[in-house]
Ligand binder design. Structure first.
Ligand code: NAD
Length: 407
């Protein structure tokens, strides 16, 4: 199959296996170039195939030498369609991890379901005994509640009043005004149900009940706060309410884990180009401006640089770990610096379709977006025929049989 990008709105419906593999390899090489770090032994990453979760898995393995189990929800290829990028990333991740002698197994399915939690618990029990780090990095538009069966859909809306602001179509290079009507009570409730902390707590409760949490367990989930410019749509909007719930869940989990000297923490990360952030109105334009400024200052980071710092300077630092007054880890510190945000505020009102390329890094945004799907990657021949069917080594029918046998 000749695989080229096919953009539909803010997603790409194709992915390139070799391109995805190369992008994963680049992240691994980054971590190796920074040198080994102290870290966990046995890690569960929920949402491990793309973005911040994939970076967490790579840093755990290639930075700290950890054994990892990754849970994600991705599509395998068939004769007509390529796999989703997270599928190719995970296949590549396992290939490189196994090549270097590391344990890495993956479970593909709905992390919100009880069935996947049980499958994961069985694999931990069988292969690892216990886990000492659980990274919760899900970003999903939907959740089927495992107890009630209700389907929740998250909404990205302001609360209280409608929001009008600038947004971009990064592919057409157009700036336009968007108006988003305010959320109703159901939108808020649904977004909290999908992106809040209930499922995180269900995972921790279940694995604790199954006696699979090691003494001193750490669990971390990811959040975003961002500047005032995006507050109406993010921090003060429906997704912000869900993130408040996530933080309240961390505080609750902290109390639950106290007896085993464990910790639950929320890390506030920088805005980066991922499939999740591309879907949020206003954010792609903000990211395009931010990237230009941070690249000029030499402080630009992607997921892998962020998570390396999270592990090395916060979670497994030899110094007392820094938290802000609300108890968050802040690896968005460089994004939120006053001089960076002042510059964003100066540029923001000046942006038009005509000066977009000059005043922002929209080209860099677009390039990174393509790279999420394995396109625009140096050294890959996109005119060559490539087999879209790639196996994730640990997800073979044989492993499924073994896991079933162990039950
Ligand atoms: P992403 O879209 O790159 O990754 C989402 C992951 O969740 C994938 O591995 C996907 O397979 C998995 N997933 C989704 N639904 C699932 C399901 N039902 N079952 C199992 N796995 C499922 O997202 P991301 O941007 O890396 O976001 C991860 C976290 O980081 C989110 O909490 C997000 O809010 C936070 N965050 C993102 C940014 C950003 O700019 N992208 C910034 C700060 C914080």
């Amino acid at each position: 199959m000749i695989i080229q990008p096919k953009i539909r709105g803010f997603i790409c419906t194709t992915a390139h296996p070799e391109g995805c593999s190369r992008v994963v390899e680049e992240q691994i090489n980054y971590v190796k170039s920074k040198g080994p770090i102290k870290g966990p032994k046995n890690v569960l990453v929920i949402g491990a195939s793309t973005g911040y979760g994939l970076a967490s898995r790579i840093v755990s393995t290639f930075g700290a030498g950890s054994k990892t189990i990754g849970v994600f929800f991705e599509k395998e290829a068939d004769e007509k369609r390529t796999a989703s990028p997270g599928w190719y990333n995970s296949a590549a991740f396992e290939k490189f991890a196994h090549r270097d002698g590391y344990y890495a197994k993956s479970i593909n399915g709905d992390a919100f379901s009880q069935e996947i939690k049980k499958q994961t618990a069985d694999l931990i029990r069988r292969d690892l005994g216990k886990v000492d780090l659980i990274v919760y990095s899900l970003a999903s538009p939907r959740r089927t509640h495992p107890v009630t069966g209700q389907v929740y859909s998250s909404a990205l809306k302001p609360i209280g009043k409608s929001f009008t602001g600038k947004s971009i179509d990064a592919f057409r290079g157009e700036v336009k005004d968007v108006t988003i009507e305010p959320a109703d009570a159901e939108d808020i409730e649904h977004t909290i149900a999908v992106m809040g902390g209930e499922d995180w707590e269900m995972w921790i409760d279940y694995l604790a009940k199954e006696n699979l949490l090691a003494e001193g367990i750490t669990t971390v989930a990811y959040s975003y706060i961002g500047p005032r410019l995006t507050h109406a749509i993010y921090k003060d909007g429906t997704i912000g309410k869900a993130k408040e719930h996530l933080k309240a869940t961390a505080d609750k989990l902290n109390r639950k884990l106290e007896g085993m000297h464990g910790e639950a923490v929320v890390s506030v990360d920088k805005a980066v180009v991922t499939q999740a952030s591309a879907a949020i109105p206003v954010v792609p334009l903000y990211i395009s401006i931010l990237f230009k400024i941070m690249k000029e200052k030499g402080t630009h980071e992607g997921c892998i640089e962020q998570i390396y710092r999270l592990f090395n300077e916060h979670l497994y630092s030899t110094h007392a770990p820094a938290r802000d007054s609300d108890g968050y880890i802040r690896i968005d510190d460089l994004e939120m610096k006053d001089d960076v945000q002042q510059k964003v505020m100066e540029i923001w009102p000046m942006i038009t379709s005509e000066n977009l390329v000059q005043l922002t890094d929209v080209n860099g945004y677009r390039d990174e977006f393509y790279r999420l799907f394995g396109f625009n990657v140096k050294g890959i021949n996109y005119d060559a025929d490539v087999d879209p069917v790639v196996k994730i080594p640990s997800i073979s029918s044989e492993q499924e049989v073994q896991v079933k046998d162990a039950n």
